[in-house]
Design a binder for this molecule. Structure first.
Ligand code: 5GP
Length: 113
């Protein structure tokens, strides 16, 4: 079970900002921007965005739509959407999720640390 499945099951707490039948979104525990949310499909069937895009593009589109709505709700509507894909790219949770970064981002940055 991934850490995100435990959050979905309310087995560990999270600051949940959105929930539907298929998607949950909550604040990242270690924010890298003034607004840093994670948008996560409830299914744990897909480890990363390429698997999700192949198998269920409609669910991927729904994630993007939720990201847009959250960026409007929590910031000025503009946002950076990051899908780390693979450990060498910084992925640490292998349950597909989008990072939504917004609010006072460094202009021109791709979000490198
Ligand atoms: P990844 O590194 O896989 O792209 O992103 C995983 C993200 O999940 C990290 O930014 C990390 O801070 C966040 N994270 C890991 N464990 C927890 C947790 O228990 N609660 C919350 N809210 N975020 C978590």
């Amino acid at each position: 079970m991934s850490i995100f499945t435990a959050i979905i099951a309310r087995e560990i707490p999270a600051d949940i900002v959105f929930e539907s039948d298929s998607i949950i979104a909550f604040r990242d525990i270690a924010p890298r921007a003034p607004i840093h949310l994670l948008v996560v499909p409830k299914t744990d069937a897909y480890a990363n965005v390429t698997e999700l895009a192949s198998a269920d593009p409609a669910l991927l589109a729904e994630m993007v739509s939720v990201a847009q709505d959250l960026a409007r709700e929590h910031a000025d509507g503009e946002f950076r959407l990051i899908f780390n894909t693979g450990a060498n790219a910084g992925q640490s949770v292998f349950h597909v999720h989008a990072h939504v970064l917004a609010g006072g981002l460094t202009e021109g940055s791709l979000g490198g640390e």
